[in-house]
Design a binder for this molecule. Structure first.
Ligand code: MN
Length: 403
């Protein structure tokens, strides 16, 4: 089997930021974008330019300073949105406008109050306007999984003729099951001859816990781009988790013979940085990046692991940059153990700074049953933390580019 390339679009800074409690400052977005660059994603969807001045400035500074990936802004299907996106993306090395317009009758009738033919006209004119402003134009027929398939195919053909280079088929409301989602890609590919000229993309939500399964089904059915977020954050129940899709690609290469540009060992640092930024981490049993993802508690499992890790481990934590923790931190731990864990988290502390952090650590360990990485990061003074985390991201970035 020959490998084909698969692109990763990360939308942590757009769809992810739309989840409750996840809004980020311009500086935080830039820092996160650097971590995504080190991770090697192909496209960073950096925000929704017209939504706010902050979003527009964040897209602008990411465009200027993050030069690896293509930078994208979302836009509704109208002139003002496309122009605002183009303006924010002006300094990007490579730029993309991602235009969204409803495709289901439910959305067209009740949300936009326009007819199907008005929708087709709007889609075509905004795509052709965007085509003149940026390198790539992505179009998403919103709520495509509940649209009439005939109309959906018509819309896809119209936007490709108008100049779209990527067509995303989003399961906006997390309604689909994997076989159905795969079938939709097959239907579009077989009925729209132009579809072979563009990149088809999958964008799934986790309302039924199927976002990653649906994404993988779409890839098997011909999608060449997947849209994900770190830690699976996103509207409502979230988006497909990037780390889970990437892990499935790695562990099940036999089923997914695709090449991609991700540096997998940057996944855990990106996950930790996001957790710190938004103030909450993934649930403990979350695959790949959750605290218990590689923990073995049961005696029988521990015995098997000691005899041969393959007995209970399908992937090694180190591959994803998850630090191996032979030392459990608690109130009996010393300064050196704390400094070591901080080092693993990208923070170098010594002297009086370390003494202060250690004092606070012992106080905390007296009160709390389990000490997590986020607790440990919280011991570090904020200004120190931001600076060191930035250095960490930069070092990772340098290592990725020199390695
Ligand atoms: Mn979405």
């Amino acid at each position: 089997m020959t490998s084909r390339p698969l692109s990763f679009l990360d939308t942590t800074l757009r769809d992810g930021e739309q989840s409750p409690g996840c809004s980020m400052t311009v500086q935080e977005k830039l820092q996160m974008a650097r971590a995504l660059d080190a991770l090697g994603v192909d496209v960073i969807e950096a925000g929704f330019a017209i939504a706010s001045d902050g979003d527009s400035r964040a897209i602008g500074s990411i465009s200027r300073e993050v030069r690896g990936p293509c930078i994208a802004s979302m836009a509704r299907s109208c002139k003002e949105d496309v122009e605002a996106a183009a303006q924010a993306l002006k300094q990007a090395r490579r730029s993309r406008i991602h235009i969204v317009l409803a495709s289901s009758d439910l959305h067209l009738q009740y949300k936009l109050r326009i007819t199907r033919s008005e929708a087709l006209e709007r889609a075509a004119s905004s795509v052709s306007l965007a085509r003149d402003c940026v390198d790539e134009v992505e179009f998403s027929p919103e709520d495509s999984t509940r649209a009439d398939p005939d109309f959906l195919c018509q819309m896809v053909a119209v936007v490709i003729d108008a100049g779209a280079t990527v067509v995303n088929l989003p399961d906006t409301v997390g309604y689909c099951i994997p076989a159905e989602y795969a079938r939709m890609f097959e239907v579009v590919r077989s009925r729209v001859p132009q579809a072979s000229q563009v990149v088809l993309s999958a964008h799934c939500h986790n309302d039924l816990g199927l976002a990653v399964a649906n994404t993988l089904a779409a890839v098997s059915a011909g999608a060449q781009q997947v849209e994900c977020t770190i830690n699976g954050i996103g509207e409502r129940a979230g988006n497909a988790a990037l780390e889970e899709v990437a892990a499935a690609m790695l562990v099940r290469k036999d089923q997914f013979p695709y090449t991609h540009s991700l540096q997998l060992n940057h996944l855990y640092p990106a996950s930790q940085l996001l957790a710190e930024t938004v103030g909450f981490g993934p649930q403990p049993n979350k695959s790949v990046v959750g605290r218990n993802a590689f923990a073995h508690e049961a005696g029988i499992h521990q015995h098997g692991m000691l005899a041969n890790p393959l007995t209970y481990e399908i992937m090694k934590p180190e591959l994803f940059g998850v630090p191996h923790h032979p030392i459990v931190l608690g109130k009996h731990s010393g300064r050196r153990a704390l400094a070591h864990r901080l080092q693993e988290l990208g923070v170098a502390l010594d002297g009086a700074d370390l003494d202060r952090a250690y004092e606070r650590f012992i106080e905390l360990a007296d009160r709390k049953k389990a000490i997590f990485d986020l607790d440990i990061l919280a011991l570090v003074p904020a200004e120190k933390r931001t600076a060191t985390q930035v250095q960490f991201a930069l070092r990772s970035c340098e290592a990725a580019h020199s390695g």
